[in-house]
Design a protein around this ligand. Structure first.
Ligand code: SF4
Length: 277
């Protein structure tokens, strides 16, 4: 590692990477940080608005990194085959490669917002000139601390947190039923756009080219009351569990934390470590 590496913090538009940017500015003001956002061009409007607020707070530009090809051009290259958890061609082509191009051959310390209460590593580059650093792990910062950092900064959580907790593309296949319903209700035009990418049989059943295996978006949101009822049930269970546990609970953000935990009960997959941190 050179004695004068570049310092790069990749902001996903999610709560953890945003809190990390705030934390680094407050605790390591001497570090000349470069902020980047790997932009697929298909992010939520709330994410772009949140990024503007982050820039104002940091007093620095967040550089948007884009692939040479658009989402639609990549999809064409993959013969219309939508990405999935098992075949995640979108993350590598629209996020990782643009990031690695931006880094080039420079020696870089890449700051990653994985928290102390998480047992995962995030995006580890295979490039030997990129070294990962985990300040939240070094400082024992957990989920409640992250919420506190966001609250104290005045930034709070991104607006999409009212109906979904993960950052990333509006059509991300990692979304849970409640989040697909949220997309339909908050951004009906984006929901319709997501639907257009699906290839379905004449009788409306799913083919191989759908966001969720063996079903269509219309099927997923067919019974909105049932989805809402299930979500409420999960939230009540989370609240009851927390009442019994002795962990410290941040009153000011308990609703957001309950919401996130309730969504995890529907589907506890971690999502994408590059897109959703
Ligand atoms: S947010 Fe989801 S769809 Fe978008 S690049 Fe990441 S994994 Fe792919």
């Amino acid at each position: 590692m050179s004695s004068n590496p570049r310092h790069i913090l990749s902001i996903s538009g999610g709560k953890d990477s945003t809190a990390l940017a705030i934390f680094m500015k407050q605790n390591y003001p001497e570090i000349e940080m470069e902020y980047v956002f790997c932009d697929t061009g298909e992010e939520l409007p709330e994410t772009y608005e949140y990024l503007e607020k982050i820039e104002t707070y940091l007093g620095k530009k967040v550089t948007h990194l884009r692939s040479d090809l658009s989402w639609d051009e990549w999809l064409e290259k993959f013969s219309g085959y939508l990405p999935s958890a098992r075949s995640r061609w979108c993350t590598s082509n629209l996020k990782i490669i643009p990031f690695e191009k931006f880094v080039g051959d420079s020696e870089v310390i890449s700051y990653i917002g994985i928290r102390a209460d998480e047992n995962r590593e995030g995006y580890i580059s295979t490039k030997t000139n990129i070294t990962a650093r985990y300040p939240f792990k070094e400082h024992g910062i957990n989920k409640e601390d992250v919420m506190q950092i966001l609250h104290d900064s005045g930034l709070g959580v991104p607006a999409y947190y009212e109906w979904r907790t993960r950052s990333g593309c509006y059509f991300c296949f990692f979304q849970r039923k409640y989040e697909w319903l949220g997309l339909k209700e908050r951004h009906p035009e984006l929901f319709e756009k997501a639907k257009k990418y699906e290839t379905i049989n004449a009788d409306g059943s799913a083919q191989n080219f759908t966001w969720v295996q063996n079903t269509t978006l219309d099927e997923i949101v067919k019974y909105p009351e049932k989805i809402r009822k299930n979500h409420k049930k999960f939230e009540t269970r989370v609240k009851e569990k927390k009442k019994k546990s002795s962990t410290r609970l941040l009153d000011v953000f308990s609703d957001e934390l309950d919401f996130e935990d309730a969504l995890s009960m529907e589907d506890d997959s971690e999502g994408c470590l590059v897109c959703h941190i």
